[in-house]
Design a protein around this ligand. Sequence first.
Ligand code: NAD
Length: 316
Amino acid sequence: MTRILITGVNGQIGSELSERLGGLVGPENIVGLDLRPATPPYLIAHETVDITCKEAVRQVIEKYEVDTVYHMASLLSARGEMNPDQTWEVNMTGLKNILDLARGRNIKIFWPSSIAVFGPNSPKENTPQNTILDPNTMYGITKRAGELLCQYYFDKFHVDVRSVRYPGIISYKTEPGGGTTDYAVEIFYEAIRNKVYTCFVGPETRLPMMYMDDAVRAAVEIMQAEWDKVKIRTSYNLTAMSFTAEELANEIRENITEFTCNYAPDFRQEIANSWPQQIDDSRARNDWGWQHSYDLASITTEMLARLQEKLDTGTS
Ligand SMILES: NC(=O)c1ccc[n+]([C@@H]2O[C@H](COP(=O)([O-])OP(=O)(O)OC[C@H]3O[C@@H](n4cnc5c(N)ncnc54)[C@H](O)[C@@H]3O)[C@@H](O)[C@H]2O)c1
């Protein structure tokens, strides 16, 4: 039986991953780790540990005889620009600790990269898997360096590490943790609560996006794929759809006619401008069969319905 460790388990993706994996292998086989204490369901144990402390992480891995790690602990793009030193430390030392601890222990790793690996000189449309990668945020730099580190540990030490470059992730269960695409989640909360939202990027800003169900399924599916199907050991381009902030607002207005969206771009506009508008994920589709399920219309109806339920029951 497998024993899975999810780092960053309290976060937007980690919390939903624990639910999905708990359903697959049983909560008794899922251990969570995060800097912040919590008692989430779907876990046998939650360890409050700093991912940069290798000895503490080693103790968790050995205590629970972990054989699989979903390494989600990270600082994201917008928060990262406010504290670049800490972002380097958490994202790079954290990943290297996990890779080092996997060496010789036969531990399989999922680690997400991001569209933040692309930069101002990367093609914006149909961005290929292999192209100019010149990130200009500390977050993007750690993701690109992390991808190369994964490739290195795979080549030199045979660590079975698998990765996807997530686009912006839209979800309703756990609020996002400080990324540039957070507007695509906040807009739904404000549409329901106040019927008005002031968006921190301009109306023409187009970015690749994905619904959480698809994001979690991608992580599980790349981990379940046959070893030789995973041909890219840096990180796979992955996407579901692309839309502008204005197209999102218009789609919400189809459901909530009184909704208005204002635009007041801040420092996150510059980060968004440096990222692709739409990426080519054909390698993920061809190599291990990636297929997305949700588009803009289905995300919008799902988000509005689920968030309304959540706000009605006071669980927000
Ligand atoms: N959410 C997105 O839109 C998105 C897009 C692309 C990639 N990703 C990647 O997916 C992963 C998970 O993202 P998320 O959205 O769930 O992030 P999040 O900010 O919601 O969660 C990250 C979690 O990591 C924890 N953490 C931070 N520092 C830590 C430390 N020193 N030790 C232990 N835990 C620590 C935080 O407490 C938090 O619970 C990250 O690698 C992120 O870069 C996310």
